[in-house]
Structures are given as structure tokens and as C-alpha cells.
Design a protein around this ligand. Structure first.
Ligand SMILES: *[C@@H]1O[C@H](CO)[C@@H](O)[C@H](O)[C@H]1NC(C)=O
Ligand SMILES: *[C@@H]1O[C@H](CO)[C@@H](O)[C@H](O)[C@H]1NC(C)=O
Ligand SMILES: *[C@@H]1O[C@H](CO)[C@@H](O)[C@H](O)[C@H]1NC(C)=O
Ligand SMILES: *[C@@H]1O[C@H](CO)[C@@H](O)[C@H](O)[C@H]1NC(C)=O
Length: 901
């Protein structure tokens, strides 16, 4: 069966690719349009699979005498690059042709200007005021399997717009001769001329590579020359460029005068690549000198009868081109001319840098628009480059929480600015940034200097003001010889500054600390008592001091006795009030607790006993730890103890418990009880012995027992049922907010249940379409639209669940920190493959065991779930029903092939 399976599988893949475009290897995108076949039998397809953004419109205009209707795609009011990802499936160079049409499609009579880049290279500026439509053609040396072509708006110059995009493979080895001295370049077409032809342009099918050869009437001295056409066979095999026979069969030659000249205008001052084609279509052997801009580049060039030849010429730094042929014998003649600008392709940034930045982007929970290469064609927002090195990074006013190890991979950084990014804990993971000169970590909650700073030997400016740094300033900071400004203002530091900092070249700012100076005398023992005398006081102490003063003034004015009485009564009032609040709160909690029939109220003592004094940790997270426990009746439980920091207000906790206790569903992990005592917030869940899906896919166990496709589908179906209940079955509706493979747990029978609604959000109004909230969730699973809008809907869960489905299909984690940047993000990497029905990315351990139709259904619903735009994603109910079908197809496949599991 294996052979036939693969046979049909391959056939399926092959046929789906062939139908995707033809002639073979041609890709023709109608931007904003639909699929059709043109008069040359070229199949055009809509561009919507190659670009994820932009709006579409139809332009009506008269071109020459013919009325045209042309679809366009435009990219309104958005900064950053708008990219097409062009798949390239050949090993030769490719021709990329783009046409830009404005023709007043928006009725504003304001043709835009914008720039176009290919890969890392800025290629040109399109200005539709001067020419409309505008066509650009490039020859790109292939080095990857996809090529980004991007439009970038120019501030104030209107909305970028594009009409068609074509990719054509070129013959092997073509357009390389003579360019050996120009590494890392691509070519931008200036001219391609079919000499001696007056009857319009020629292209496919006459040119099998679909190059467009223009008539030469605009450039050649008509009055003195003659076009000539002759159907004769010329030997083409010496020309790798394979110009079409139809081009070589026409020539322009001189009859009366001696000098044949072409004057070709060039767009810009630059380096140019010139190819001249000659074919012996006359029964004579004309000889002539060939001059470029006045220099003889080939004396006495002879065209032999029945043979084709070409000259490859490069010229540096020219801005106009004069090609002259001076007769020696018979007539000077030429058959074809191609002229290209030679454009630099900047080298890419290192893949370590790129993937580190991608991880950082994910961890910000924001869509920073960081795509492709960070430095070229233009640096990403928040990033500065020198060449292809990322030398500065500035992220502020976002929520990073900690300095993650990935920052340590940005080895070329000279400047790092992370002010106001909620960093807490230790300054860490930066020890490798030896080039760092400026670092700003101010306005965070950092508490410790850590040990990395001493390695930053080039550091000149270090800004740590307004953090919560505690203790003394380490000696090692003073050892940084280049340091000339150290800002430690408004921390909780105390003690003497290291003597090594006491130098002319270094300015240390210390105000707003407990007590910090070079001399012990100024501090002298307990700093708090003396802070009054020194200017370096903490805000807290200062406030106390102020209150005191204030009272003092009032005291003087009103008179002691009255005020004392007032103060006494005030404090009594405050005291009773506080007590009262506590009392009310307890009673409220008690009443509510009694109403919760489902969830049991545990005492801290009971929890301690059940977990054997918190002995066995079965999970850990930013929220705290999960412990295994056993109730007196023998039932196993998972006990989740909240960390100090993750604790929420008492009211929120009670709300949450009350909500969780109401949710009962076979596919949701149920809450058994809770404990809320002396600052403890503990949730008690049923224990599932099968571990999490993440564990089963990637944990130590996964190596021994791989989950079969049918099991994976069953797990997906179960989890989707759980989510469907949250979205549509429960009242109020609940959005989970942290769907991921480690939040899907398995029981003994491999039934899956969704757990951890710790972050979940209820939609209380039945008709609300979204709730606006602070972005929470896990990198790799976060809905990109939710990042940018902060509007949470059920579709955000669908996105995260789509990522889980991709994990099941591909058997890999959502973010992988090694490998190429292309494959780094599971969604970006897998989606195009799955949409094209290309299953080579399916988990290796599943290969040969799945029914293609079942996989196709799952792959399709997974790719739809991770659509960037939320409205294009299915509901979880739809996902569930597709998964059920995929599951039953796989079941019958297994039955028919006699497999179990
Ligand atoms: C893509 O490349 C593969 C292998 O090189 C080939 O089999 C397939 O026909 C190509 N497809 C297209 C559309 O060129
Ligand atoms: C586009 O061309 C027009 C006229 O040719 C010129 O006025 C305008 O400044 C150009 N726009 C840009 C952005 O270069
Ligand atoms: C065409 O030219 C090549 C090399 O220039 C030569 O090897 C080949 O024999 C020629 N073919 C014919 C049919 O003349
Ligand atoms: C919710 O469930 C009802 C009934 O099962 C169904 O008709 C409806 O389409 C579902 N809505 C969504 C958004 O899934």
C-alpha cells in the first residue's frame, strides 16, 4: 500500500502545482483581480495568496484607443513595507516584472510616488505623475526559494498601488557573462530593443521566456538606416540568453552612411550592463568598429553568416548611453540590444540577529511590522543599522517584563534603550554585548545590578534612574573605563559609592536614593533617620517629612488641644472603618462560598496535607507553581498556588472562583475547590495523569511514543469542544486568552481537556462584540490583530487554537529559536505550504500514516484559523465540525487499510 499511497500523494502534489500557473514556471498575479487566462494562453491568478494586506479597486481608462479595465491593489495610510512573497521554484535567474497603474482609480487626481524593493535591495522610486502605467523589470539571481517584493510609501506622496506582477524563469546561466566583477548585484531593465522591428513589442510566445522586446523606432536614426527582416536559420546555441529567433531575424543596418548610432536615455547615474546581439542573416560578413560613449570597445567586429553572437559590456558611472557602429566593410548592423542598470544587493543581517529580533517582537506582544531583513532595504522601526549590522534597538513604553536571553544575541548593539518596559528583577543576559556604548534601562522595576554589567567594557552611558535597585553599587561598575555618565537617581541604593568611580571623567547621579555618596560621613549609619539632612532621600521618606511639616504648620495656626482631639477622633474613625471593611468582606465571601455547590472551600492546612507540604511540583509558570496532591478519599488533584505577583485582588479572586466553579464540561478541566486564606490564593483542579499535549509532543516521552494522526485529531476535537463550550455554551461567554498546547491536558484514556482559564475574560454583555483589555497570552500563540487593537474577541482564541493545530500537524513548537529566519515562526512558515496542499512539512513521524483528505481538511482549517484578519477566521464551532470530519475520514481510512491507530 505504501507505494501506491505515495504515488497518489505525489501525483496530487504535482497536479496541484501545475494547475497553479502555466506555462510551466510562470507566475502571473493580477493584483486585486481574479483568475483568468489571457489571449497568449498565460494563466493569471489573483494575488490574494501572496499578499495579506491592502485594498482593491478597478480602474477604468482609455489607453491609446482601447478602453481598459484594470484591477489594482493599493495600500492606504500605513507606514512600513507592504510585501508580496514571490515563490521561486527554479535554480536559474528569474525575471520579475511589475506594473503600476494609477489612472485616477480613487478619483483624487493625485498620482502617488513610492519606492519598490526586492529582497534587501531598494530598487527604484515609482512616480506615477510622470508615467502611468509604469512598468519595472528586474533580473534577480536566485538564492532563496522566495523573494519579497515590497512597496514602501514616501511620506506625503500618496498611497502605493500595483496592478500586475509576473515571475518568469530565465535560461540557465543567462545574464551572467561579463558580470564576474560585480558580485551581489541584480539587474534593472533600462532597455530591451528588437532592432529593425517597427511593429510594436514582441513577447511570449515568440519569446519563450516572455521578455518584452520593444520596437526601436524611438532610438535609432531612421532616416539613414533600414530595418531588415529575413527568415534564415542562425545557430543560437552559443548564446545562453537565448534571444528569440524572431528578434534575431530582424536587424537594422546602414546603407548610405558609415555610422549607425543608438542614443539611449538612462534614468540614473550608475553602472550598466549592455548586451549587443548580432546575427548573420545576410550572406555577407560585415565588419565594423563598436564604440560605447565614444570608446572603441571592439575594433573590426565581424558578423559571420548564419551565426549569432553577442557582446557583453559593463560601464561604470554613466548616465547616458551612445552605441555606435562604424563601418569598415559592408554595412554596420545590429539585431538586438539589452541595457540593464546594475544594482547592489545589500547583504542580509545574520540569522541569529534576525531570529533574536523576531523573538523579541513576539515577546512584546505587538506587531512591530518586523519582517524580512532588519537593516535592508530600510531599517525596521525601532532599529538602527550600520551596513547589515543591527547597532541600535529602542523599545519603550511597552511590557517586556524581563531582559530575555535573546537580547544577548544582538552582538553588534552599540545602543540599547529599554526605558519604561516593565523590566523587573536582575539586569541579566547582556554580558555578551561587548560593543555596547549606551544603555538606557530607566523607569523600570529592576531590583539588582546582576553580574553582566562588568563585561560591557565599551559602555559610556548607563541610565538606571527610576528603578528599584537595592543594596550597594558594585565595585565593578567603576572599573568600566569608558563610562562617563552613570545615572542612579531614584532607586533604593545605599552605602558608599566605589572609590573607582571617584574620577574626573565620570559623572555619577545619585539623588533620590536611601543614602548614596562617596563619603561615609554624609550617611553615617542608619540612613533613614538621617536622610533629612542629605539631599539624597527616597520619595517615601520625603513624603513623611512633608506631612510632618505640614502638620506642624497647621498645629501652630489652630492650636494644640483642638487639633489633638481632632486627630484622635480621626484615627478612631479610620480604624473602625478599616475593620468594618474587612468584616463586610469576610461575610460576603462566606455567603458566596456557601452558594458554590460545585467547588469546595479548602483550608490551607488541608492543602498542605494533601500536597505533602508542597512536595511534588508538576508545573511551573509565571503565575506560580502547580503541585500534585491527594485528597483523603484518594482522589488526585493539581494544586495551583499563585505567586505573590500574580495574585489578584480578593474580589477578583472570588469572582474568578465563582466563575470557574460554574463551568462543568467533559472537555474542560474542572475546578475542585480553592483556598483563600492569609494571603494565599490557591486553586484546586482535577488531576490529569496523561500530561499536557506539549509534553506529549515535545517532552522526553514524545521520543518513545509518538502520537498518531488519529489521536492528534481526537485531541484537537476534544479541545475544540471545550473551547466551543466556553465561547458559545456557557453564560457568560468566556474567552480563554491563553490557548496553547501546554494548556491542553490528557487523561488516562487520552481524552483531552482544556485547562487554565486563569487569564480568561468573560464577556458579560450578550451582544458585545469584543472587550478591550491589556494584552495577555503566550508568545507564538498570540493573535496579531489582538496585539495591535487590544480588542479581544473569541477569534483570538481561534487563532491560538490554529497554532495548536499547526503544532499537531507539523510536530514542532510555535517558535523555534534555531534554524533559518524563514522557519522561525511556525505560522509564517507552515501556512503557505498548507494552503498550497504541500504536505512535505507534516511531522515526519506521521508520514505515510494519514489519509490525504483528512490531512487536507485539518491543514485547511488550521491555516484559516491563523488568518491575520480576525473576520476571515472561522468560529470555533466551524473549526470543531471540520475537525470532526477530518477525524472520521482518518478513522475510515484506518479501517480500510486494516490499521489500528
Ligand atoms: C518546482 O520544482 C520541482 C522540483 O524542482 C518540480 O518538480 C516542479 O515541477 C516545479 N514546479 C513548478 C511550477 O515549476
Ligand atoms: C513626481 O514627479 C512629479 C512631476 O514629474 C514631481 O513634481 C514630483 O515631485 C515627483 N514626486 C516625487 C515624490 O518624486
Ligand atoms: C552552433 O555553434 C556551436 C558553438 O558555437 C557549435 O559547437 C555547433 O556545432 C553549431 N551548430 C551548428 C548546427 O552549426
Ligand atoms: C452557537 O451555538 C448555536 C447552537 O448550538 C449555533 O446555532 C450558533 O451558530 C453558535 N454560534 C457560534 C458563534 O458558534
Amino acid at each position: 500500500m505504501g507505494f501506491w499511497f505515495w504515488f497518489w500523494f505525489m501525483l496530487f502534489c504535482a497536479s496541484s502545482k501545475v494547475s497553479f500557473s502555466y506555462p510551466d514556471g510562470f507566475l502571473s498575479l493580477s493584483c486585486g483581480g481574479t483568475n483568468f487566462v489571457d489571449s497568449s494562453n498565460i494563466k493569471w491568478v489573483s494575488d490574494s495568496d501572496y499578499v495579506t494586506i491592502g485594498n482593491t479597486a478597478i480602474v477604468n481608462f482609455v489607453e491609446g484607443t482601447a478602453y481598459s479595465q484594470v484591477p489594482v491593489r493599493f495600500f492606504p495610510n500605513s507606514p512600513g513595507r507592504k510585501c508580496y512573497s514571490l515563490p521561486i521554484n527554479v535554480s536559474s535567474s528569474v525575471l520579475v516584472r511589475a506594473q503600476f497603474v494609477y489612472k485616477n482609480y480613487d478619483g483624487l487626481k493625485a498620482p502617488p510616488a513610492f519606492s519598490v524593493s526586492l529582497g534587501t535591495a531598494i530598487s527604484t522610486t515609482i512616480n506615477l505623475t510622470s508615467t502611468d502605467p509604469w512598468t519595472e523589470e528586474f533580473i534577480w539571481p536566485v538564492n532563496k526559494d522566495s523573494l519579497p517584493l515590497c512597496l514602501q510609501s514616501i511620506p506625503g506622496a500618496g498611497v502605493p498601488v500595483i496592478s500586475t506582477l509576473e515571475v518568469r524563469p530565465l535560461p540557465q546561466g543567462a545574464y551572467k557573462t561579463g558580470l564576474e566583477g560585480f558580485p551581489n548585484k541584480f539587474l534593472r531593465k533600462s532597455h530591451r530593443i528588437n532592432c529593425g522591428n517597427n511593429n510594436g513589442a514582441l513577447r511570449y510566445p515568440l519569446d519563450q521566456y516572455d521578455r518584452i522586446w520593444d520596437a526601436d523606432r524611438d532610438f535609432s536614426p531612421f532616416h539613414v538606416s533600414t530595418g531588415f527582416k529575413r527568415k534564415s536559420t542562425v545557430n543560437l546555441s552559443s548564446l545562453k540568453e537565448t534571444p528569440p529567433a524572431a528578434v534575431l531575424q530582424t536587424a537594422r543596418f546602414l546603407v548610405r552612411k558609415e555610422v549607425l548610432t543608438y542614443n539611449l536615455p538612462l534614468d540614473t547615474l550608475g553602472d550598466y550592463y549592455i548586451i549587443l546581439y548580432f546575427a548573420g542573416i545576410l550572406p555577407v560578413f560585415p565588419s565594423f568598429d563598436i564604440l560605447i560613449n565614444g570608446d572603441v570597445i571592439r575594433p573590426n567586429y565581424t558578423v559571420k553568416s548564419s551565426e549569432a553572437s553577442a557582446l557583453f559590456i559593463t560601464r561604470k558611472g554613466i548616465k547616458s548611453l551612445n552605441i555606435t557602429m562604424k563601418s569598415i566593410r559592408f554595412y554596420p548592423q545590429i539585431n538586438g540590444i539589452e541595457v540593464y542598470e546594475i544594482v547592489d544587493i545589500p547583504s542580509e543581517s545574520s540569522s541569529t540577529t534576525v531570529s533574536a529580533l523576531q523573538v523579541i517582537q513576539q515577546s512584546t506582544g505587538l506587531d512591530l511590522g518586523w519582517q524580512d531583513d532588519p537593516c535592508s532595504p530600510t531599517p525596521w522601526d525601532h532599529i538602527g543599522c550600520e551596513g547589515n549590522l543591527v547597532t541600535s534597538l529602542e523599545l519603550s513604553d511597552i511590557n517586556l517584563r524581563s531582559i530575555s536571553p535573546t537580547f544577548g544575541d544582538l552582538l553588534d548593539l552599540k545602543s540599547l534603550d529599554l526605558h519604561n518596559t516593565s523590566l523587573s528583577g536582575e539586569i541579566q543576559n547582556l554580558g555578551g554585548l561587548l560593543e555596547l556604548e549606551k544603555m538606557n534601562l530607566s523607569f523600570n522595576q529592576l531590583t539588582s545590578f546582576g553580574f553582566d554589567l562588568e563585561d560591557l567594557i565599551n559602555l559610556q552611558i548607563l541610565d538606571l534612574q527610576n528603578n528599584s535597585l537595592q543594596g550597594i553599587v558594585p565595585d565593578s561598575l567603576g572599573e568600566l573605563k569608558e563610562l562617563h555618565l552613570l545615572n542612579l537617581e531614584n532607586n533604593k541604593l545605599q552605602g558608599t559609592l566605589p572609590e573607582s568611580m571617584n574620577r574626573e571623567s565620570l559623572e555619577v547621579r545619585t539623588s533620590g536614593n536611601l543614602c548614596l555618596s562617596f563619603s561615609l560621613l554624609t550617611c553615617n549609619g542608619d540612613s533613614r533617620n538621617h536622610s533629612y539632612e542629605t539631599p539624597e532621600v527616597t520619595i517615601v521618606t520625603k513624603k513623611k517629612h512633608d506631612v510632618h511639616n505640614h502638620l506642624g504648620v497647621v498645629l501652630g495656626a489652630v492650636g494644640g488641644a483642638v487639633l489633638a482631639l481632632f486627630i484622635v477622633s480621626l484615627s478612631v474613625f479610620l480604624y473602625t472603618r478599616r475593620n468594618k471593611t474587612e468584616v463586610t468582606y469576610t461575610t460576603r465571601a462566606d455567603t458566596e462560598m456557601r452558594n458554590w455547590n460545585a467547588a469546595k472551600l479548602f483550608s490551607y492546612k488541608e492543602i498542605k496535607a494533601a500536597t505533602n507540604n508542597f512536595k511534588e511540583v508538576i508545573g511551573r509558570g509565571s503565575f506560580g507553581s502547580v503541585y500534585l496532591g491527594k485528597l483523603q478519599d484518594g482522589k488526585l488533584i493539581a494544586v495551583k498556588v499563585r505567586f505573590d505577583k500574580s495574585q489578584i485582588g480578593a474580589d477578583s479572586f472570588i469572582n474568578e472562583v465563582s466563575l470557574l466553579s460554574q463551568i462543568r464540561h467533559q472537555s474542560l478541566v474542572s475546578l475542585e475547590g480553592f483556598c483563600h486564606e492569609s494571603k494565599q490564593q490557591i486553586l484546586v483542579y482535577e488531576y490529569l495523569p496523561g500530561g499536557s499535549l506539549a509534553n506529549n509532543l515535545y517532552g522526553a516521552n514524545s521520543k518513545r511514543v509518538t502520537l498518531s494522526w488519529v489521536r492528534r485529531l481526537k485531541i484537537a476535537v476534544d479541545a475544540a469542544k471545550g473551547l466551543d463550550y466556553l465561547h458559545n455554551g456557557s453564560e457568560p461567554r468566556i474567552i480563554h486568552r491563553d490557548v496553547k498546547s501546554s494548556n491542553i491536558l490528557l487523561d488516562m484514556e487520552m481524552n483531552a481537556k482544556v485547562c487554565d482559564f486563569g487569564l480568561s475574560k468573560q464577556v458579560t454583555q450578550a451582544d458585545a462584540t469584543h472587550v478591550t483589555t491589556v494584552v495577555k497570552g503566550t508568545a507564538g500563540y498570540l493573535d496579531p490583530e489582538y496585539y495591535s487593537t487590544q480588542q479581544l474577541t473569541e477569534k483570538s482564541d481561534v487563532y491560538s487554537f490554529g497554532v495548536v493545530l499547526l503544532e499537531l500537524i507539523c510536530g514542532r513548537e510555535p517558535l523555534c529559536h534555531s534554524g533559518t529566519p524563514d522557519s522561525f515562526n511556525l505560522v509564517l512558515w507552515a501556512k503557505p505550504y498548507l494552503q498550497a496542499g504541500a504536505f512535505e512539512i507534516v511531522d515526519d513521524s506521521l508520514k505515510g500514516t494519514f489519509d490525504t483528505e483528512s490531512m487536507r481538511k485539518a491543514a485547511l482549517i488550521a491555516s484559516r484559523s491563523v488568518e491575520r484578519e480576525a473576520p476571515r477566521r472561522p468560529t470555533i464551532a466551524e473549526v470543531l465540525s471540520e475537525l470532526k470530519e477530518a477525524y472520521s475520514i482518518q478513522l475510515s481510512y484506518l479501517a480500510s487499510t486494516g490499521h489500528v491507530n
